[in-house]
Design a protein around this ligand. Sequence first.
Ligand code: SF4
Length: 116
Amino acid sequence: MKTTELTCIVCPIGCTLTAEQNENGEIVSVTGNTCPRGKTYAENELLHPVRTLTTTVAVKGTTKPLPVKTDTPIPKDKLFDAMQIVNSLCVEAPVRIGDVLYTDLFGANLIATANT
Ligand code: SF4
């Protein structure tokens, strides 16, 4: 049996969760959650962790980078590969907030979070 402590980040309360996994990696219990969302969070975090990628991309003709993020979380184990793709990009101005700069970045779109 493996025990993992997590802090639920679904809401500002930040409950401390304790999850137990059996020898097959299956979650057999989650405790410490004040609501059902904490159990779902622990299950996702342990079995299929995802993160929203927030970074910047280069803009042609300027040294000022453009803030960007994925529009949905991507698998945590793909963040490094995603960053290699993002670092290879150089977008052309003008760009507006919400513009899609790259599609299907491990299941997400890369969107601008600022105007150029
Ligand atoms: S378990 Fe529920 S109440 Fe606790 S931090 Fe997570 S979402 Fe908030």
